[in-house]
Design a protein around this ligand. Structure first.
Ligand code: SF4
Ligand code: SF4
Length: 374
């Protein structure tokens, strides 16, 4: 690993909104107070020190910013107002751009114009596809009085499209996670990690993805609940539209307790609760975790909220037999959903959902390597 000071590092960090790291005089208060220190990490001082020294290569191997669950206790206690909690959040954006081989993550995090331009271009392409490619409108209703949504957007065509999107996004995320693995586990440990360690620690990845236990360490337990509802609602909806679309996008109107509708309702309600809590928190700015909002935070919230609202409208118009309203809502829904999936998930705020559980897994692998060294 390169131990030379990189003079460009401060400029690069500032592009991602990282400030105030030079205020830190290493009193150690944040390390003493951070609950993660008990797990063997020098939190968050070690990363601040690497920033101050300009050691970019060492910084890129840090897994700590991903383990931080942004409780803000360190920032509240810092005598120099260096805001270490916010430094960790901003560093997550910087690290995301280092893992991403396409360079788009950096463009989107550092330029509103780039991100908005890509979102608008994808949205226009979706609308044009509906206008020119899909079959002519059928405004007759089903025998139950519902809209023939599959005559407008046949599920087998939408399903191919969903799969193509899922493959592209998964390919980008997996390749970037492999780059993260290379930096954190391969370059970041002096002792190599064995195959058995990889297998033994793997359950941490699954557990952390499903349960999101780190957020439950915050004093305010409702934060974990909102985060979990948002994450589980999003995951269920993603699986329904990518894996089970023929079962989910039906013309038959099932009773509300049918599994198809019950799952859809759970995902929608979970998303709405999580989004409402996040939006109100960011507008009020009373709690630490909502005080500093990057433009990517708002884009993620606004796009997901619009996706959920248009999804609800499709459902209401469909079951109440309103074809034109259903079709317009469907196009609007896809025009927001597609750019959100293709831009936000692999390159921006949504990618954190993947990086966080992998970071816990990689941190466990680092620990295994350190135990061997000891
Ligand atoms: S509490 Fe503040 S000044 Fe002290 S080590 Fe942490 S960031 Fe630096
Ligand atoms: S914000 Fe992060 S670094 Fe600071 S105390 Fe909380 S978990 Fe530790």
């Amino acid at each position: 690993m390169n131990n030379r000071v990189n003079p460009d590092l401060p400029r690069e960090l500032r592009e991602f909104g990282i400030r105030d790291w030079n205020e830190c005089y290493h009193c150690g208060t944040c390390t003493a107070i951070c609950p993660l220190t008990a797990q063997g990490f020098l939190f968050p001082r070690k990363t601040i020190r690497l920033m101050q020294m300009g050691l970019k290569d060492h910084l890129s191997t840090c897994v700590e910013p991903w383990l931080c669950y942004y409780c803000g206790e360190c920032s509240e206690q810092c005598p120099r107002n260096a805001n270490p909690g916010e430094l960790m959040m901003s560093l997550r954006r910087y690290l995301t751009s280092l893992y991403d081989w396409t360079g788009l993550s950096k463009k989107f995090y550092t330029s509103k114009v780039w991100e908005l331009a890509f979102i608008i271009i994808f949205a226009i392409l979706v609308v044009l596809t509906f206008i020119f490619v899909l079959p002519p409108l059928d405004t007759t209703l089903t025998p139950q009085g519902g809209v023939k949504v599959n005559s407008f957007a046949p599920f087998h065509i939408i399903e191919y499209f969903d799969w193509a999107m899922a493959i592209v996004v998964a390919g980008l995320l997996v390749s970037n996670i492999l780059r993260m693995y290379y930096r954190v586990v391969w370059q970041g440990t002096s002792n190599k990690v064995g195959l058995l360690d990889h297998i033994r620690e793997f359950w941490h990845l699954i557990y952390n993805f499903v349960v999101q236990p780190k957020f439950s360490k915050c004093e305010d337990k409702s934060y974990w609940l909102y985060h979990w509802l948002l994450m589980s609602g999003y995951t269920i909806m993603f699986i329904l539209i990518v894996v089970f679309l023929p079962w989910f996008q039906t013309e038959k109107i099932h009773p509300p307790w049918h599994l198809q509708r019950a799952l859809g309702y759970y995902a929608t309600i979970g998303l709405l609760i999580g989004l409402t809590a996040a939006i109100i928190g960011r507008l009020k700015k009373q709690e630490f975790k909502f005080q500093f909002s990057h433009v990517s935070d708002w884009l993620f919230l606004v796009m997901l909220t619009l996706t959920v609202i248009t999804g609800i409208l499709i459902h209401l118009f469909r079951v109440n037999g309103m074809p034109w309203a259903t079709y317009v809502s469907y196009i609007a829904h896809m025009a927001i959903l597609v750019p959100m999936i293709l831009i936000e998930v692999p390159f921006s705020k949504w990618s954190h959902l993947a990086y966080r559980p992998f970071a816990v897994y990689f941190a466990r692998l680092q620990k295994s390597a350190m135990t061997k060294t000891a």
